[in-house]
Design a protein around this ligand. Structure first.
Ligand code: DAH
Length: 391
């Protein structure tokens, strides 16, 4: 008679009527349990076993589309099988023993059967449940987890408004065939000044005062040095934009910050003229601020461009009528631009007799302030979530 058959019969039917044979019977059950546990451990406890869904004979583990959840065919780990076989509520061996041996046991045997049964049950819980937990990668737990505790909430961050605008500007130029180039924020004096036609004695250096890491190294004051690096790296023709952080000795106020962002643009090719610069910036302004805006250029000075200009856009908020956004002028200044100085091309290893180019530099923080009507540049760098959460 198999063990499964034995647990389906009463002690009476099995002819067990004294303490010694009860003991022997339980020992047999216990031995069998440990044996099965042992072979489970030897198998590594990790080999899944195909358990066909008897209610759906057509199901097969190899049929595409069958999933191992509740749709019929399932894979079970041996630990699960062991648990179900021994501790299963309905037809587990321990439930059968309780049902057929303990409950109907004659009075004089009941305490003995009860004690033996309890010992077996405790051992099974430790051995099988403990073992199953280890096999499935969890430590056996002594206290039940409190499932009513709230879970961990990890708040999602958002993209910083300045980065959002930077990406928007990048996208417009990527669409025009430009590529994105970056450079170091700790830059050599040569790239930041000399190569851009700002020699040591030039007064323009005063406007670009910054932290000197040593006599030859500065925190870059603009993104223009990326122009030089790109020219050296790729030569001509060249179409790049260079976004990034810049540093200047500025006292922080609502429109100044010692650290700020710029986007540099540079196009070098044969036959590039000021008309290309105007056309490109006009296209860009319309994409960014809306199709109705107009652009205006007026002369300016930068050592690295000749001629140089400032570009302004008609106010997108009042259509040039004058309002708070444009400070009643009808126009919003966007940044500097010009035709790349022949000396700068030469420093970059590009022949100015063959190639010409234009460049511009825009303040990304300023663009963001205009776009979102933000009155104070400091808000960008204070890390206040109440502000940042709004984007
Ligand atoms: N580098 C200039 C600045 O920081 C901005 C600028 C003006 C860049 C004209 C350019 C340019 O490339 O052509 O003020």
């Amino acid at each position: 008679m198999t063990l499964e058959e034995k647990v389906g019969k009463t002690l009476d039917e099995l002819g067990v009527s004294d303490a010694a044979s009860v003991e022997a019977l339980f020992n047999e059950v216990r031995a069998r349990m440990l044996e099965e546990l042992d072979s489970f451990k030897r198998l590594g406890g990790r080999t899944p076993v195909w358990k066909p869904d008897v209610s759906r004979p057509e199901s097969s583990p190899y049929r595409p589309g069958t999933t191992p959840d509740n749709q019929g065919p399932t894979f079970q780990f041996p630990s699960t099988r062991l648990r179900v076989k021994w501790l299963g509520r309905k037809s587990g061996i321990l439930s059968s023993i309780d049902e057929h041996w303990l409950k109907p046991a004659p009075k004089h045997l009941k305490p003995i059967v009860g004690r033996a049964f309890n010992r077996l049950r405790q051992e099974a819980a430790v051995e099988i449940l403990g073992e199953a937990a280890v096999a499935e990668g969890q430590a056996p737990s002594t206290t039940a987890p409190d499932l009513t505790l709230p879970g961990y909430r990890r708040p999602l961050g958002s993209i910083h408004p300045v980065m959002r605008v930077q990406r928007e500007i990048e996208d417009i130029f990527l669409g025009l065939g430009f590529s994105i180039e970056t450079g170091p924020e700790i830059e050599s004096v040569y790239y930041n000044f000399d190569a851009l036609n700002i020699p040591e004695s030039h007064p323009a250096r005063d406007d670009f005062d910054t932290i000197y890491v040593d006599a030859q190294t500065v925190l870059r004051t603009h993104t223009s040095p990326v122009q030089m690096r790109a020219m050296e790296k790729y030569g001509a023709p060249l179409y790049i934009i260079a976004p990034g952080k810049c540093y200047r000795r500025d006292n922080p106020d609502s429109t100044h910050s010692p650290m700020f962002h710029q986007i540099e643009g540079l196009a070098i090719d044969t036959d590039i003229t000021f008309a290309d610069l105007k056309g490109t910036l006009d296209f860009f302004a319309k994409k960014f601020f809306g199709e109705k805006v107009r652009t205006s250029f007026h002369p300016s000075f930068f050592p690295f461009t000749e001629p140089s200009g400032e570009v302004a856009v008609s106010c997108f908020a009042c259509d040039g009528q004058g309002c708070r956004v444009c400070k009643q002028s009808g126009w919003i200044e966007l940044g500097g631009c010009g035709m790349v100085h022949s000396e700068v091309l030469r420093h970059g290893g590009i022949d100015p007799d063959r190639y010409s180019g234009w460049a511009f530099g825009l303040g990304t923080d300023r663009f963001t302030m205009i776009k979102y009507d933000i009155p104070d540049i400091q808000l960008f760098f204070q890390g206040d979530v109440r502000f940042l959460e709004q984007f």
